[in-house]
Design a protein around this ligand. Structure first.
Ligand code: ZN
Length: 201
């Protein structure tokens, strides 16, 4: 079985509960301490087996699958920050659509390009998949937004009267939402969008 490590929690000194996103399920597996075990880090893609016991499911035979930016600390930290907010978003989920696993596979394949842009574009895909992508109507007063749009957590749109932020040119955000492309946005705008994304999925 193959999956992404969404979370690890230390229990009883050295044992771990490892949360893993696979194609169709989020597994919560127990790993007993053993000096011979390889380390399991957040965001790693692993091959593994599950051993079913009476009281819990045990994680066994873990093998790490390499990907391009594993040795790049800066990219790895950005990746792990995204995994943290994804874990919070999927906290209660057990059965899951393969969309999420495929999205992460897609992200790691493209991450070398520009991590923040790839995450922002992927987040728009996620919002579309979950039917949560904002229309260009203010979420406070429900008026149609023109020219200048303010974005808050979840990329919800607001008008200038209701929420005052630096905001964005609406054409740029319309292109982002319609085409899942950040081409019209400059790096300073990408940084601002990325900060909004990090508020939570
Ligand atoms: Zn408004």
């Amino acid at each position: 079985m193959r999956g992404f490590v969404l979370h690890t929690q230390l229990v009883k000194d050295e044992d771990l509960v490892v949360t893993i996103l696979t194609k169709n399920k989020i597994e919560r597996l127990y790993r007993f301490y053993g000096a011979r075990h390889s380390t399991i880090n957040l965001g790693f893609l692993i091959d593994f087996e599950i051993e079913h016991n009476a009281h819990f499911k045990r994680l066994r035979h873990v093998m790490q699958i390499g990907f391009g930016f594993l040795g790049d600390i800066e990219k790895m930290l950005i990746w792990q920050d995204f995994i943290r907010i994804l874990y919070k978003h999927l906290f209660d989920v057990e059965e899951i659509d393969e969309f999420y696993f495929m999205l992460l596979m897609d992200i790691i394949a493209n991450f070398h390009r520009d991590p923040k842009r790839v995450l922002i574009e992927s987040y728009v895909k996620l919002l579309k998949f979950e039917g949560r992508l904002s229309e260009f109507e203010c979420f406070v007063c429900e008026k149609k937004i023109q020219n200048h749009v303010n974005l808050v957590r979840g990329f919800l749109c607001a008008c200038d009267k209701c929420i005052q932020t630096q905001g964005f040119d609406i054409c740029k955000i319309q292109t982002l939402f319609a085409q899942e492309k950040t081409i019209l946005l400059d790096n300073a705008e990408i940084d601002r969008l990325y900060k909004i994304l990090m508020l939570g999925i």
